[in-house]
Design a protein around this ligand. Structure first.
Ligand code: EPU
Length: 358
């Protein structure tokens, strides 16, 4: 079925809750709908949108916003195929409740399955590309449905060819993720293991390869994907705003990757500010260094900073929130620009937004 609404209010369709309109909003619920759409008659440009959780609408959109609301779900022994419109976290919850390993570290990331393959969503040491096995899409150039091998999608940190040279060509209708009954816990990133230890789920003495959880009688049971999902939900709830309560689009900036020499200069600046023994948080990426943007924004005193109704989220400064509920795009952009300029001056790093500006 195809539904169409002219001059459509997008405020409930973007998690930042920007009050903007598009000339036409179109929703399709089946693949065949894409074949019967009169593409040339649609107001241009056409923007394909998932859950609207990684977008900042900067003004009214003059063209068509197309939502692929295809919501089927088929599970086989080692994979799970999901329509592009299935909420990604529903898939994470279903997999965990069936004791299947794969997406548990990606729990609670907002958005839909189709977008997960565009953005290569990632958290706690896992990215979508690590478990994606197939993408089905409508090829607008050739006017037919195709299967795309994820190995050809040029996946990197929050990026893919769908965002660059393939932009506008493919409309993803379904994705297939690998799932497995074989335990494969990934606990080594961002406090996951500590959260499990603190809750008594993982014994501090347990080996990293074969972590076990304690049961009431003090003996041990294998760790389940649900244990990891619960731990990650706990961590995310502590520092990220729930999108139903406060508008945001998750991490606003990407974490920059810089040379070792540049990192050495940042350590010098940080030690002048914080004392000679101060340790700058960072991750090694090959022969380069990834420095958390959250740390730089925090060091520059932006936690809680406001520009009208927009605010740097006090518990996680990587996130800009629509604190008043009616922040304007200009207020969000004002805060973004202040942060970028201050960090450029202090650390010589230009932050790039992770959130797509439309
Ligand atoms: N930090 C501070 N001050 C703060 C908060 C953090 O100095 O107030 C420092 C801490 O040292 C902390 C570091 O910054 O260790 C990194 O912070 P955090 O782990 O909270 O965020 P991140 O690792 O930079 C990334 C993703 C998140 C993902 C987490 C967990 C990006 C842009 N963001 O954040 O993804 O959930 O790792 O894997 O890569 C998203 O994409 O929307 C998202 C939430």
């Amino acid at each position: 079925m195809i539904t169409k609404h002219a001059h459509f209010d997008l405020s409930t369709r973007n998690t930042f809750r920007m009050r903007v309109r598009c000339a036409l909003f179109v929703e399709v619920s089946a693949e065949e709908d894409l074949l019967s759409l009169d593409w040339d008659a649609l107001p241009q440009p056409v923007l394909v949108m998932g859950g609207g959780s990684n977008l900042l609408f900067t003004k009214d959109f003059p063209g068509t916003v197309l939502h692929v609301g295809i919501c089927h779900s088929e599970r086989s022994e080692e994979s799970w195929t999901l329509g592009a419109g299935v909420v990604f976290d529903d898939f994470c919850a279903w997999a965990a409740s069936e004791g299947l390993w794969g997406p548990e570290n990606l729990s609670l990331i907002p958005g839909e399955c189709g977008a997960s393959a565009v953005q290569n969503i990632g958290a706690y040491g896992v990215e979508a590309k690590d478990i994606l096995t197939d993408i089905r899409a409508y090829d607008r150039v050739e006017g037919r449905f195709v299967h795309i091998d994820p190995a050809t999608c040029g996946y990197g940190y929050r990026t893919s060819r769908f965002k660059t040279e393939w932009k506008g060509r493919y409309i993803i209708t379904a994705v297939t993720y690998r799932v497995s009954c074989t335990p494969q816990p990934k606990l080594d990133y961002g406090g996951v293991r500590k959260a499990l230890e603190d809750s008594g789920k993982v014994l501090p003495s347990a080996s990293l390869r074969d972590p076990v959880r304690a049961n009431a009688s003090g003996s041990t049971l294998p760790l389940s994907p649900k244990d990891i999902r619960d731990a990650i939900i706990g961590i995310r709830n502590q520092k990220l705003p729930a999108v139903e309560e406060m508008g945001s689009a998750g991490s606003f900036f990407c974490n920059p990757v810089i040379s070792r020499e540049h990192f050495r200069r940042i350590v010098e600046t940080a030690r002048k500010d914080n004392g000679p023994d101060y340790e700058v948080p960072h991750y090694e990426v090959g022969d380069q260094v990834k420095v958390p943007a959250a740390w730089m924004i925090d060091q520059c005193g932006f936690k809680g900073a406001r520009s009208g109704g927009a605010q740097v989220y006090p518990k996680q400064p990587l996130v800009i929130v629509n604190a008043s509920g009616n922040a304007s795009p200009q207020e969000v952009i004002g805060l973004e620009q202040q942060i970028i300029q201050t960090i450029e001056r202090k650390y010589g790093i230009t932050l790039h937004p992770e959130v797509e500006h439309v």
